[in-house]
Design a protein around this ligand. Structure first.
Ligand code: SF4
Length: 318
């Protein structure tokens, strides 16, 4: 029986520090870094993983969810569904024949895990229903680690959790048993973000270039939870990602009962889904991100923030 140290690498600062730390403290053969590819990543993340592999002389195992097999079941389910339900706003919702025809024509696997997951759900994830993290990251990592347990190994899952990140993480334990032959290890619990950057720099490892371009976190591009400022930065620097989200909104809308779906959710009083889509689609959210005073006024100073100016949220530029 061997002890395997699984490091979930995202391309962000915390998991990079974790990987460096693990490689320093444990025998190289026992450290297994994994990357869960959501399909909604910036190219810089893939490039950075390649850089880490070279700089640290380690191989990162890529894991990517595959939903292809679920499409046939979902298509059959939609074709047969005759039920009428009430949604949260009390509206009657059912699959009309027109909506069924539209969804059945659109429901074909794209090969992109994020998009396929949303097509099958007929919606995008939200803060309250964050199934993206579960299905694209957590489940993939858990499945991989269960495979190691099945091979008879002990698994220590290294997690880049810091207590100062949020209230929910304030009492995170540094070491915890999470199942038979399985433990969680969180060596960064007492670190700050700047400790993490400093540690990587001391080891001679560059930060992901996305941090130097305004990103305060590295993950999906964009994340469903991205802030107003982040959205404005993404629009200035990587508008092609938002154009892709607009295409996805159309495709996922086609697969939904109502015919519309928005990537970014927000409360809206309208009962008509067309109105909700008209107000909350990605292009409208981009316009909103450029405003101040509760969306009433354009932020002229924000507009002057040139894309080639270093906007690191952590002050990484000297
Ligand atoms: S980074 Fe955001 S969009 Fe991506 S899986 Fe996590 S919560 Fe979902």
């Amino acid at each position: 029986m061997k002890t395997i140290h699984v490091i979930s690498v995202s391309g962000g600062k915390d998991s990079t520090a974790l990987l460096i730390n693990a490689l320093k403290r444990r025998p190289p053969g026992s450290v297994v870094p994994i990357f869960c590819d959501t399909g909604n990543e910036h190219q810089a993340v893939y490039d950075y993983l390649g850089y880490l592999e070279q700089a640290l002389d380690v191989r990162i195992t890529r894991l990517r969810a595959d939903f292809t097999d679920r499409f046939a079941v979902r298509r059959m389910w939609i074709a047969r569904d005759q039920r009428t339900r009430r949604d949260k706003k009390g509206r009657k919702v059912r699959w009309s024949n027109k909506a069924k025809r539209r969804a059945l024509a659109a429901l074909k696997p794209s090969g992109n895990p994020f998009l396929d997951m949303c097509m099958l759900k007929g919606r995008f994830p939200s803060r309250k229903a964050q199934f993206c993290t579960e299905q694209l990251k957590r489940d993939m990592a858990v499945e991989f680690q269960l495979g190691l347990l099945d091979q008879g190994h002990r698994v220590i899952s290294w997690q880049g959790v810091r207590r100062d990140e949020s209230e929910a993480r304030r009492y995170a334990k540094a070491f915890e048993r999470i199942g038979p032959r399985m433990w969680a290890f969180r060596p960064l619990v007492e670190w700050t973000a700047l400790d993490v950057f400093g540690y990587c720099a001391e080891a001679g490892i560059q930060p992901n270039p996305l941090y130097l371009q305004g990103a305060s976190r590295v993950g999906c591009m964009p994340c469903i939870n991205c802030s107003k400022d982040e959205l404005r930065q993404i629009d200035m620097r990587w508008p092609e990602h938002l154009a892709r989200i607009s295409d996805w909104e159309y495709i996922v809308g086609q697969c939904s009962k109502r015919g519309f779906s928005t990537f970014f959710t927000d409360s809206h009083s309208a009962k008509d889904p067309r109105q909700v889509f008209a107000d909350l689609n990605v292009w409208q959210r981009i316009e909103w991100s450029k405003t101040t005073r509760g969306g009433k006024q354009y932020d002229l100073l924000g507009q002057l923030d040139e894309p080639n100016h270093c906007a690191s949220a952590y002050g990484l530029c000297g």
